[in-house]
Structures are given as structure tokens and as C-alpha cells.
Design a protein around this ligand. Structure first.
Ligand code: NAD
Length: 254
């Protein structure tokens, strides 16, 4: 029970990785604050998570006031925040740069960059005061590599890596660790949307091609990503900060 009575705040908690992570922390005794855009999917997700305490919070992470609000509500309810998974993200539309639109770029940056920044801004205030805490930002292998058709997403996830490093440096003296995970394709709804965006009615073919580009020839499971998040936020990772970890079936080695 590594997380007995620890308070874990997760954004994007109704999505594939968010649910798997919430389940993993709950199994080890954590109390959860789960954030996503809409109440109904959040309730459906919560039904799949057996935790001693679950606080459900609807908010749009791209709205600073809403982020401030869910951080305050978590603090009011539990009195502290021990672990923060800064995880909500969107893939956006599929366009090469020559056809990219400002609207798509702004939408993706609104969630993936401003959302991550707002989450850090308010949660780190709480952790700084506590003089303890661990953050895991969800980046992507798209934050380390390029991906044709996904310039907005790729640029946004590179920005997450920059925020991750800077936050770690600013928080080290307060005993707060900040790390990121950088997964390749994970078998969640996000990959279904990316396959669809990339290839329309050939989505199944796109899926095979994406999986074949991974040396281990498959997508990750959400549980595999959750396991890495859990490790990075645990006391076993007590000297790890400012790092990002590829979890990509060998793709980064190609
Ligand atoms: P998902 O689509 O299943 O879940 C994402 C969740 O984020 C959804 O529940 C969605 O409602 C929520 N969300 C989106 N915009 C939001 C907003 N503005 N405010 C609050 N919540 C919002 O996808 P996932 O695979 O679970 O993705 C989780 C994270 O992992 C994302 O940051 C994503 O970029 C990253 N990631 C995913 C993959 C992949 O292949 N699935 C690979 C690398 C990184």
C-alpha cells in the first residue's frame, strides 16, 4: 500500500490513461480527485474505480479560473494534494503544416499547453506550501519526435517537456518532484480518433501501420502507462525529477 491515504488529483480522468491510473492508485489506498470535462463520462469512469474516497470535479483545463477552482476544491475536501497527474490532452485535427489552421493550433495549445501550465501553476502552489508532492505530466513520444500531420500536437507536447523541466528546477528546493511520461500510441479512444483522422474509412489499415512502426509491434495498454506514472510518483523514485520517460515499445531507439 504505497499510497495509503495519499491524495491523488488526476485530470483527463474519464479517459483511457486517466481511468487506468486512478484504478492503480486506488488499489494502493489513495484518495482520489478526478477531473474531466463532463459529469456523465466522469461518473461512468468512477464506477470502474474502487476507491475509499472519490471526489468528482468537472472543469475545462484550458480555463484558468476552472483550474484554480478544482485545485481549491481538492484542497478544501482533502486538506492537501500529494500527487498530481497533469494528464488531460487532445490530439486535434490531422493537417500537414502547409494546410494547418490557426484554430486547430490554438485549440490544441489551449488544452495541452495552457491546460498543463495552469495545472502546474495552481497545484505547485499547494505542494510548495506543503513542502512535498510529486507531479507527473503526460507528454508523448510526439514531444520528442516529429509526426507528419500532427504539428500542433507535436509542438504542444514539446512544450510540455519544457514546462516539465522548468517546473522541476523551480520546485526542487521545496521537496517537490516533477516528471513526465512520453508514450507512443496507447490503446485508448485517442488512438481511435488519430487512426480515423489519418485515414478515414481506412482506419483499420492505419492502426496496423502505426502498430508496425513500433519495434514491439503493438500499442501500449493504458495500464502500462499507469504503472510508470505510479512508479514516478512513488517514494521509490525519490531522486528522480525533471526527467521524462519514453514508454514506447522501443520506438525511440529506431
Ligand atoms: P483519452 O481521449 O481517452 O482521454 C483524454 C481525456 O482528457 C478525456 O476524458 C477528455 O474528456 C479529457 N479532456 C480533454 N480535453 C479536456 C479539457 N479541456 N479539460 C478537461 N479534460 C479534458 O486519451 P488518453 O490516451 O487517455 O490520453 C491521456 C493523455 O495521454 C493525453 O495528454 C494524451 O495526449 C496523452 N498521450 C496519449 C497517447 C495515446 O496514444 N493514447 C500517446 C501519448 C500521449
Amino acid at each position: 500500500m504505497r499510497f495509503k491515504d495519499k491524495v491523488v488529483l488526476i485530470t483527463g480522468a474519464a479517459g483511457g490513461i486517466g481511468i487506468a491510473a486512478a484504478q492503480a492508485y486506488a488499489k494502493e489506498g489513495a484518495k482520489l480527485a478526478l477531473v474531466d470535462l463532463k459529469q456523465e463520462p466522469l461518473e461512468k469512469a468512477a464506477e470502474q474505480i474502487e476507491a475509499q474516497d472519490k471526489l468528482l470535479l468537472t472543469a475545462n483545463v484550458s480555463n484558468e479560473e476552472e483550474v484554480k477552482g478544482f485545485v481549491q476544491k481538492t484542497k478544501d475536501h482533502y486538506g492537501r494534494i500529494d500527487i498530481f497527474l497533469n494528464n488531460a490532452g487532445i490530439n486535434g485535427e490531422f493537417h500537414n503544416i502547409t494546410d494547418q489552421t490557426e484554430e486547430n493550433f490554438q485549440n490544441v495549445f489551449g488544452v495541452n499547453v495552457m491546460g498543463v501550465f495552469f495545472g502546474l501553476k495552481y497545484v505547485l502552489q499547494v505542494m510548495k506550501e506543503q513542502k512535498s508532492g510529486a507531479v507527473v505530466n503526460t507528454a508523448s513520444n510526439g514531444g520528442l519526435l516529429g509526426a507528419p500531420g500532427m504539428s500542433a500536437y507535436v509542438a504542444s507536447k514539446h512544450a510540455v517537456v519544457g514546462l516539465n523541466k522548468t517546473a522541476a528546477l523551480e520546485m526542487a528546493e521545496y521537496g517537490v518532484r516533477v516528471n513526465a511520461v512520453a508514450p507512443s500510441g496507447v490503446n485508448t479512444e485517442m488512438m481511435r480518433r488519430i487512426e480515423q483522422n489519418a485515414a478515414g474509412d481506412q482506419a483499420e489499415e492505419a492502426r496496423k501501420a502505426f502498430e508496425a512502426s513500433v519495434p514491439m509491434n503493438r500499442y501500449a495498454t493504458a495500464e502500462e502507462i499507469a504503472d510508470l506514472m505510479v512508479f514516478l510518483s512513488s517514494d521509490q523514485a525519490s531522486f528522480i525529477s525533471g526527467s521524462y520517460y519514453r514508454i514506447d515499445g522501443g520506438q525511440g531507439a529506431t
